[in-house]
Design a protein around this ligand. Structure first.
Ligand SMILES: C[S@@+](CC[C@H](N)C(=O)[O-])C[C@H]1O[C@@H](n2cnc3c(N)ncnc32)[C@H](O)[C@@H]1O
Length: 186
């Protein structure tokens, strides 16, 4: 069901709620947080955990750069940026404030590093298509020509970053950081 409207879940009925890189894509993420809060039991023990991308991670960076380049082309060379993409809750303080504003207490935001490993950067083409940010990017581009350019430009920009291979398994290590926000319902 829509995470912004958990209609079939009663108030105060759940011990733990989680959203792993899901809520960050909701059109109204505060509505999603309020729903996660509403369905939790009011017993000072029920908790929520939400994972978000930090904006200095490899994938969100490449999404942003690819989209910005194509949007600039769409606007006849006038520099255009779209920073929000896949970056909601990428600000630690804002993340904490949002959780507290819907009622959570004992809020903590922890930054986690866990590199994404791929054999080749071209492998990202498959990952790309399953990411909701991909659909959001294509929606912002108004011609089929620009939409068609997205995949190849994405890989080209990824290659220009020259990620290093691990000496242990020879895979490319793509830096990935996320925030895990945790809060308790009183
Ligand atoms: C990047 S995927 C993460 C999937 C999963 N949590 C994981 O870690 O593999 C984001 C997911 O959020 C879901 N999503 C986006 N908006 C949603 C909404 N309003 N309600 C419920 N799910 C939503 C998408 O369908 C997609 O499956």
């Amino acid at each position: 069901m829509d995470g912004q409207n958990l209609i079939s879940i009663e108030n105060d009925s759940i011990d733990y709620t989680f959203s792993i890189f899901g809520l960050i894509f909701f059109p109204d993420l505060i509505k999603g947080m309020k729903e996660m809060y509403r369905v939790l039991k009011s017993n000072n023990q029920s908790r929520t955990a939400i994972a978000s991308w930090c904006s200095d991670s490899f994938l969100p960076e490449i999404f942003r750069e690819t989209l910005n380049q194509l949007l600039t082309e769409q606007n006849n060379g006038k520099p255009t940026t779209h920073k929000q993409l896949a970056s909601s809750l990428s600000n630690e303080l804002e993340f904490k404030n949002h959780l507290e504003s819907v009622g959570f207490i004992d809020v903590s935001i922890t930054r986690i590093e866990h590199p994404l490993e791929v054999n080749e950067l071209s492998d990202l083409s498959i990952l790309l298509k399953s990411n909701p940010a991909y659909v959001d990017c294509l929606d912002l581009l108004h011609t089929d020509e620009l939409k068609l350019k997205f995949d190849s430009l994405f890989i080209e920009i990824a290659k220009s970053k020259n990620p290093k291979r691990s000496l242990e398994n020879n895979k490319l290590q793509l830096k990935s950081y996320s925030y895990i926000g945790v809060g308790t319902k009183l």
